[in-house]
Design a protein around this ligand. Structure first.
Ligand SMILES: [Zn+2]
Length: 378
């Protein structure tokens, strides 16, 4: 099986390889694991188990998978043309929904000629994206299916971004006390790598990571002034916590994400930039023009896997506008919404952290568990 696993990492498994070079049972299992995200139903109906050598599957079944895999070829073909202009050689085929390690045209894999470019075509074929994982290169970008070659290619001048290079250090007593007052524990702060600026110990640094790599930072003063570090990737805060999550919670701020963790939910992400003033009256723009929500599209591969998305945005008009804008993009049918409990006769709690602070972790857990299907009347 070692051969198959290596192939899966580095090369697309071709029809030829699947059906001719490998024993039938191996071919079936490799095919199933490659195509599982897209053809889950078909695969489960045939009881094919990835990496099993006792697969009850006929060669005919294998052929069917492989043929189906090319349903999206026109879309992928268009993407491929755009990508190859950039010097990325896709070799034979690259199936949507899979990751491939290719040669990076910028650094050519360095001295060791590594296949350092992690390349991915999104499941629905709407765009492709890549990143070179060699520390002294870091070339990354994205090509959209529609419109011109819309590129977000940015070569990081500072792709060796580290906490040290950003001038970050572990939280000191002042900020730990700030979080303690909000019922956020040191354990949660540590797991989420919350830091402070070393030259201004009153500034919180929320580190943004993707695939474990530091890709940016958002800063916050105790006086509630926010700004983003230069070149920060537009992604959801905590995105690594929702890879492969069937159910996710989306909140409006980093401290709300930390609050959800105190209530037992790690499968939570925060939007990076707060809420819009109001819901846009216009139709949804195409993805490449949807600049205010690029952070969603950049995390689409993870969001697509979620069957249920609980919107736990703030209990004010901008927070509700954000929920609506998210639901429009994520598909209202899989969105649920929390209802923040009453604070007193006249008002309700504002967000996850307020509930945690004044009602406790169990109460916050119940609020999330009692989310209801999202409706525009909410
Ligand atoms: Zn490179």
């Amino acid at each position: 099986m070692q051969v198959i696993q290596n192939q899966r990492l580095c090369f697309p498994l071709t029809k030829f390889l699947l059906s001719n070079l490998l024993p039938t049972t191996y071919a079936a299992s490799a095919s199933a694991s490659l195509l599982a995200p897209k053809h889950g139903n078909t695969i489960s109906s045939l009881s094919v188990t990835a990496h099993s050598t006792n697969v009850p599957c006929t060669p005919h079944g294998v052929e069917e998978y492989v043929e189906n895999a090319f349903d999206d070829e026109p879309k992928v073909g268009i993407l491929k043309q755009k990508i190859e202009v950039l010097g990325i050689s896709l070799e034979k085929t690259c199936l949507p929904g899979q990751y491939y390690n290719l040669f990076c045209p910028k650094c050519k894999g360095g001295k060791l000629k590594e296949r350092s470019l992690s390349f991915h075509i999104i499941q629905d074929g709407e765009f492709a994206m890549w990143r070179c994982f060699r520390a002294d290169c870091g070339w990354c970008g994205r090509v959209m299916l529609h419109g011109y070659i819309h590129l977000l290619i940015h070569v990081f001048a500072d792709n060796n971004r580290t906490e040290e290079s950003l001038g970050l250090e572990p939280l000191g007593p002042k900020l730990i006390a700030f979080f303690k007052d909000r019922q956020i524990s040191e354990k949660t702060l540590s797991r989420n790598a919350v830091r402070q600026m070393s030259d201004n110990k009153g500034v919180i640094a929320f580190t943004y990571k993707q695939n474990g790599l530091l890709v940016g930072c958002k800063y916050r003063t105790l006086g509630k002034r926010f700004w983003q570090g230069k070149g920060t990737e537009k992604i959801l805060y905590g995105v690594d916590d929702i890879s492969n999550a069937a159910e996710i919670v989306i909140v409006e701020g980093e401290i709300d994400k930390l609050s959800l963790e105190e209530a037992g939910f790690r499968n939570c992400v925060s939007v990076p930039g707060g809420a819009p003033g109001k819901v846009s009256p216009k139709d949804l723009p195409p993805i490449e023009k949807d600049t205010a929500y690029q952070y969603l599209w950049n995390c689409k591969e993870h969001l697509d896997k979620a069957a249920r998305i609980i919107l736990a945005t703030d209990n004010d008009p901008p927070g509700q506008a954000l929920a609506k804008e998210l639901a429009r993009r994520l598909g209202q049918e899989r969105c649920w919404q929390v209802h923040w409990p009453k604070k007193d006769e006249f008002s309700s709690f504002k967000d996850a952290n307020e509930v945690l602070k004044y009602m406790g972790a169990d109460a916050l857990k119940r609020v999330v568990e009692n989310a209801e299907p999202y409706t525009t009347a909410n």
